[in-house]
Design a protein around this ligand. Structure first.
Ligand code: 13P
Ligand code: ZN
Length: 271
Protein backbone atom coordinates (compact mmCIF):
# COMPACT_ATOMS: atom_id res chain seq x y z
CA UNK A 1 0.00 0.00 0.00
CA UNK A 2 1.32 3.46 -0.89
CA UNK A 3 1.37 6.30 1.64
CA UNK A 4 -1.85 8.32 1.31
CA UNK A 5 0.03 11.54 2.11
CA UNK A 6 1.84 11.13 -1.21
CA UNK A 7 -1.38 10.70 -3.23
CA UNK A 8 -1.66 13.33 -6.00
CA UNK A 9 -5.35 14.00 -5.18
CA UNK A 10 -4.47 14.69 -1.53
CA UNK A 11 -1.60 16.99 -2.45
CA UNK A 12 -3.90 18.82 -4.87
CA UNK A 13 -6.51 19.32 -2.14
CA UNK A 14 -3.83 20.76 0.14
CA UNK A 15 -2.52 23.11 -2.55
CA UNK A 16 -5.99 24.26 -3.59
CA UNK A 17 -7.24 25.00 -0.06
CA UNK A 18 -3.99 26.85 0.68
CA UNK A 19 -4.42 28.98 -2.44
CA UNK A 20 -8.03 29.76 -1.63
CA UNK A 21 -7.06 30.81 1.89
CA UNK A 22 -4.17 32.92 0.56
CA UNK A 23 -6.58 34.79 -1.70
CA UNK A 24 -8.85 35.61 1.24
CA UNK A 25 -11.76 33.61 -0.11
CA UNK A 26 -12.04 31.27 2.88
CA UNK A 27 -11.89 32.95 6.23
CA UNK A 28 -12.12 30.77 9.35
CA UNK A 29 -13.99 27.59 8.29
CA UNK A 30 -15.55 29.29 5.25
CA UNK A 31 -15.71 27.19 2.10
CA UNK A 32 -15.69 23.48 1.35
CA UNK A 33 -14.59 21.15 -1.46
CA UNK A 34 -15.64 17.70 -2.60
CA UNK A 35 -13.62 15.79 -5.20
CA UNK A 36 -14.83 12.56 -6.81
CA UNK A 37 -11.94 10.09 -6.86
CA UNK A 38 -11.15 7.07 -8.96
CA UNK A 39 -11.79 3.91 -6.87
CA UNK A 40 -8.83 2.05 -8.38
CA UNK A 41 -6.51 4.93 -7.62
CA UNK A 42 -7.73 5.16 -4.01
CA UNK A 43 -7.24 1.38 -3.63
CA UNK A 44 -3.51 1.93 -4.14
CA UNK A 45 -3.48 3.85 -0.84
CA UNK A 46 -6.38 2.51 1.26
CA UNK A 47 -8.11 -0.80 1.92
CA UNK A 48 -11.60 0.00 0.58
CA UNK A 49 -13.11 -2.70 2.83
CA UNK A 50 -11.79 -1.05 5.97
CA UNK A 51 -14.47 1.38 7.16
CA UNK A 52 -13.34 3.48 10.14
CA UNK A 53 -16.90 4.59 10.97
CA UNK A 54 -20.17 5.35 9.24
CA UNK A 55 -21.84 8.77 9.17
CA UNK A 56 -25.46 9.27 8.01
CA UNK A 57 -25.81 11.98 5.36
CA UNK A 58 -29.52 12.75 5.84
CA UNK A 59 -30.39 12.55 2.14
CA UNK A 60 -30.55 10.05 -0.68
CA UNK A 61 -27.54 9.88 -2.99
CA UNK A 62 -28.38 6.56 -4.68
CA UNK A 63 -26.73 7.50 -8.02
CA UNK A 64 -23.44 7.91 -6.11
CA UNK A 65 -23.46 4.50 -4.36
CA UNK A 66 -19.92 3.11 -4.24
CA UNK A 67 -18.36 6.40 -5.30
CA UNK A 68 -15.49 7.81 -3.25
CA UNK A 69 -14.96 11.48 -2.46
CA UNK A 70 -12.34 13.45 -0.60
CA UNK A 71 -14.21 16.17 1.30
CA UNK A 72 -13.18 19.03 3.60
CA UNK A 73 -14.33 18.70 7.21
CA UNK A 74 -17.01 20.81 8.84
CA UNK A 75 -15.68 23.60 11.03
CA UNK A 76 -12.18 23.10 9.65
CA UNK A 77 -10.03 25.98 8.48
CA UNK A 78 -8.64 25.96 4.91
CA UNK A 79 -5.57 27.63 6.41
CA UNK A 80 -4.77 24.41 8.30
CA UNK A 81 -5.41 21.73 5.65
CA UNK A 82 -1.87 21.65 4.24
CA UNK A 83 -0.17 21.17 7.62
CA UNK A 84 -2.72 18.68 8.98
CA UNK A 85 -4.66 16.93 6.21
CA UNK A 86 -5.73 13.94 8.32
CA UNK A 87 -7.79 16.07 10.72
CA UNK A 88 -9.13 18.53 8.16
CA UNK A 89 -10.01 16.21 5.27
CA UNK A 90 -11.85 12.91 5.00
CA UNK A 91 -12.25 10.24 2.33
CA UNK A 92 -15.78 8.83 2.24
CA UNK A 93 -17.51 6.18 0.17
CA UNK A 94 -21.27 6.31 -0.35
CA UNK A 95 -22.67 3.10 1.15
CA UNK A 96 -25.10 0.69 -0.51
CA UNK A 97 -28.10 2.34 1.19
CA UNK A 98 -27.29 5.64 -0.58
CA UNK A 99 -27.76 7.61 2.66
CA UNK A 100 -24.64 6.70 4.64
CA UNK A 101 -21.05 7.82 4.21
CA UNK A 102 -18.39 5.25 5.08
CA UNK A 103 -15.25 6.92 6.37
CA UNK A 104 -12.14 5.35 4.81
CA UNK A 105 -9.59 7.90 6.00
CA UNK A 106 -9.35 11.27 7.78
CA UNK A 107 -11.53 13.33 10.15
CA UNK A 108 -9.06 11.85 12.63
CA UNK A 109 -10.16 13.98 15.57
CA UNK A 110 -13.70 12.58 15.36
CA UNK A 111 -14.91 15.23 12.90
CA UNK A 112 -17.20 14.82 9.92
CA UNK A 113 -17.72 16.11 6.40
CA UNK A 114 -18.77 19.67 5.62
CA UNK A 115 -22.24 20.78 6.68
CA UNK A 116 -22.77 21.59 2.99
CA UNK A 117 -22.55 17.93 1.91
CA UNK A 118 -26.15 18.04 0.57
CA UNK A 119 -25.27 20.89 -1.85
CA UNK A 120 -22.06 19.10 -2.83
CA UNK A 121 -23.37 15.60 -3.48
CA UNK A 122 -26.63 16.81 -5.03
CA UNK A 123 -24.57 19.09 -7.31
CA UNK A 124 -22.32 16.16 -8.25
CA UNK A 125 -25.43 14.15 -9.17
CA UNK A 126 -26.77 17.03 -11.27
CA UNK A 127 -23.48 17.78 -13.03
CA UNK A 128 -22.77 14.10 -13.79
CA UNK A 129 -26.03 13.93 -15.75
CA UNK A 130 -24.82 16.74 -18.05
CA UNK A 131 -21.06 16.09 -17.89
CA UNK A 132 -19.89 12.56 -16.98
CA UNK A 133 -16.36 13.94 -16.45
CA UNK A 134 -17.37 16.35 -13.68
CA UNK A 135 -15.41 15.55 -10.51
CA UNK A 136 -15.21 18.68 -8.39
CA UNK A 137 -17.66 20.86 -6.47
CA UNK A 138 -16.18 23.87 -4.69
CA UNK A 139 -17.77 26.42 -2.37
CA UNK A 140 -16.11 29.65 -1.30
CA UNK A 141 -16.72 33.20 -0.01
CA UNK A 142 -14.65 35.33 -2.42
CA UNK A 143 -14.54 38.93 -1.24
CA UNK A 144 -15.50 40.95 -4.32
CA UNK A 145 -18.09 38.46 -5.52
CA UNK A 146 -19.73 38.75 -2.12
CA UNK A 147 -19.43 42.56 -2.11
CA UNK A 148 -21.10 42.68 -5.52
CA UNK A 149 -24.08 40.79 -4.08
CA UNK A 150 -24.91 43.84 -1.96
CA UNK A 151 -24.91 46.43 -4.72
CA UNK A 152 -25.98 44.52 -7.84
CA UNK A 153 -29.35 42.97 -8.65
CA UNK A 154 -29.39 39.23 -7.91
CA UNK A 155 -30.74 38.38 -11.33
CA UNK A 156 -28.84 35.71 -13.27
CA UNK A 157 -29.01 37.42 -16.65
CA UNK A 158 -28.03 40.85 -15.29
CA UNK A 159 -25.39 39.43 -12.93
CA UNK A 160 -23.78 37.33 -15.68
CA UNK A 161 -23.93 40.21 -18.16
CA UNK A 162 -22.19 42.57 -15.75
CA UNK A 163 -19.43 40.00 -15.09
CA UNK A 164 -18.98 39.35 -18.82
CA UNK A 165 -18.54 43.10 -19.34
CA UNK A 166 -15.75 43.36 -16.77
CA UNK A 167 -13.03 41.22 -18.43
CA UNK A 168 -12.81 40.30 -22.08
CA UNK A 169 -12.23 36.61 -21.35
CA UNK A 170 -15.22 36.12 -19.02
CA UNK A 171 -17.64 35.07 -21.78
CA UNK A 172 -15.07 32.52 -22.92
CA UNK A 173 -14.36 31.10 -19.44
CA UNK A 174 -17.99 30.84 -18.34
CA UNK A 175 -20.12 31.09 -21.49
CA UNK A 176 -22.88 29.18 -19.68
CA UNK A 177 -23.19 32.11 -17.26
CA UNK A 178 -23.75 32.23 -13.52
CA UNK A 179 -26.86 30.93 -11.78
CA UNK A 180 -28.09 32.94 -8.81
CA UNK A 181 -30.01 31.84 -5.73
CA UNK A 182 -31.51 34.27 -3.21
CA UNK A 183 -30.31 34.20 0.40
CA UNK A 184 -31.28 30.81 1.81
CA UNK A 185 -30.52 28.89 4.98
CA UNK A 186 -27.24 27.10 4.35
CA UNK A 187 -26.31 23.57 5.41
CA UNK A 188 -29.77 22.21 4.52
CA UNK A 189 -31.13 19.74 2.01
CA UNK A 190 -33.32 22.58 0.61
CA UNK A 191 -30.36 24.75 -0.41
CA UNK A 192 -28.71 21.58 -1.71
CA UNK A 193 -31.70 20.81 -3.94
CA UNK A 194 -31.92 24.42 -5.18
CA UNK A 195 -28.17 24.46 -5.96
CA UNK A 196 -28.35 21.13 -7.79
CA UNK A 197 -31.28 22.37 -9.89
CA UNK A 198 -29.16 25.34 -11.00
CA UNK A 199 -26.17 23.05 -11.59
CA UNK A 200 -28.06 21.30 -14.41
CA UNK A 201 -27.70 24.56 -16.33
CA UNK A 202 -24.68 26.35 -14.82
CA UNK A 203 -21.21 25.43 -13.53
CA UNK A 204 -21.28 28.49 -11.28
CA UNK A 205 -24.00 29.31 -8.76
CA UNK A 206 -24.01 32.37 -6.53
CA UNK A 207 -25.59 31.94 -3.11
CA UNK A 208 -27.04 35.40 -2.44
CA UNK A 209 -25.12 37.28 0.28
CA UNK A 210 -23.15 34.14 1.10
CA UNK A 211 -20.72 33.00 -1.59
CA UNK A 212 -20.37 30.93 -4.70
CA UNK A 213 -20.35 27.31 -5.91
CA UNK A 214 -18.32 26.08 -8.83
CA UNK A 215 -18.21 22.69 -10.54
CA UNK A 216 -15.70 21.25 -12.98
CA UNK A 217 -13.63 18.34 -14.23
CA UNK A 218 -10.58 19.18 -12.13
CA UNK A 219 -9.68 21.24 -9.08
CA UNK A 220 -7.77 23.63 -11.36
CA UNK A 221 -10.68 24.13 -13.74
CA UNK A 222 -13.14 24.75 -10.91
CA UNK A 223 -10.75 27.06 -9.09
CA UNK A 224 -10.23 28.95 -12.36
CA UNK A 225 -13.96 29.45 -12.83
CA UNK A 226 -14.37 31.02 -9.39
CA UNK A 227 -11.13 32.97 -9.80
CA UNK A 228 -12.38 34.50 -13.06
CA UNK A 229 -15.74 35.50 -11.55
CA UNK A 230 -13.90 37.00 -8.59
CA UNK A 231 -11.58 39.00 -10.85
CA UNK A 232 -14.55 40.37 -12.79
CA UNK A 233 -16.38 41.19 -9.55
CA UNK A 234 -13.26 43.01 -8.35
CA UNK A 235 -13.17 45.17 -11.48
CA UNK A 236 -16.87 45.86 -11.01
CA UNK A 237 -16.43 46.88 -7.38
CA UNK A 238 -13.45 49.09 -8.26
CA UNK A 239 -15.44 50.92 -10.93
CA UNK A 240 -19.14 50.70 -10.01
CA UNK A 241 -19.11 54.08 -8.26
CA UNK A 242 -17.22 55.83 -11.07
CA UNK A 243 -18.61 57.19 -14.34
CA UNK A 244 -18.40 54.45 -16.99
CA UNK A 245 -16.51 55.86 -19.98
CA UNK A 246 -15.81 52.62 -21.85
CA UNK A 247 -17.41 49.22 -21.89
CA UNK A 248 -17.15 45.92 -23.76
CA UNK A 249 -20.12 45.96 -26.11
CA UNK A 250 -22.41 42.97 -26.59
CA UNK A 251 -21.47 42.87 -30.29
CA UNK A 252 -17.80 42.59 -29.27
CA UNK A 253 -18.59 39.68 -26.94
CA UNK A 254 -20.37 37.94 -29.83
CA UNK A 255 -17.36 38.53 -32.10
CA UNK A 256 -15.03 36.99 -29.51
CA UNK A 257 -17.30 34.04 -28.65
CA UNK A 258 -17.81 33.24 -32.33
CA UNK A 259 -14.10 33.62 -33.13
CA UNK A 260 -13.32 31.04 -30.41
CA UNK A 261 -16.31 28.84 -31.21
CA UNK A 262 -17.78 29.15 -27.71
CA UNK A 263 -21.40 28.17 -27.10
CA UNK A 264 -22.59 31.08 -24.94
CA UNK A 265 -25.95 32.02 -23.41
CA UNK A 266 -27.29 34.24 -26.19
CA UNK A 267 -30.31 35.17 -24.06
CA UNK A 268 -27.93 36.77 -21.54
CA UNK A 269 -26.89 39.43 -24.06
CA UNK A 270 -28.98 42.44 -25.08
CA UNK A 271 -28.83 42.21 -28.85
P1 13P B 1 -18.38 23.93 6.89
O1 13P B 1 -17.33 24.33 7.91
O2 13P B 1 -19.43 23.03 7.48
O3 13P B 1 -17.73 23.36 5.66
O4 13P B 1 -19.17 25.23 6.46
C1 13P B 1 -18.50 26.33 5.92
C2 13P B 1 -19.35 27.14 5.01
O5 13P B 1 -18.85 27.85 4.17
C3 13P B 1 -20.82 27.06 5.15
O6 13P B 1 -21.46 27.55 4.02
ZN1 ZN C 1 -20.27 29.11 3.01
Amino acid sequence: MKDILTAPFLKEMCATTANMYRLGWDERNGGNISYLLDNEEVAQYLDLDHVIRTIPTGFDATPLIGKIFIVTGTGKYFKNVQSDPENNLGIIQIAKDGTTAELLWGYADGGRFTSELPAHLMSHMARLTVDPDNRVVMHSHPTYTLAMNYVHELDEKKFTHTLWEMCTECIVVFPDGVGVLPWMLCGTNEIGEATAEKMKEFRLVVWGMHGIYGAGKTLDETFGLIETVEKAAQIYMLTAHLPRVNTIKDEEMVTLAEFLGVDYRKDFLNL
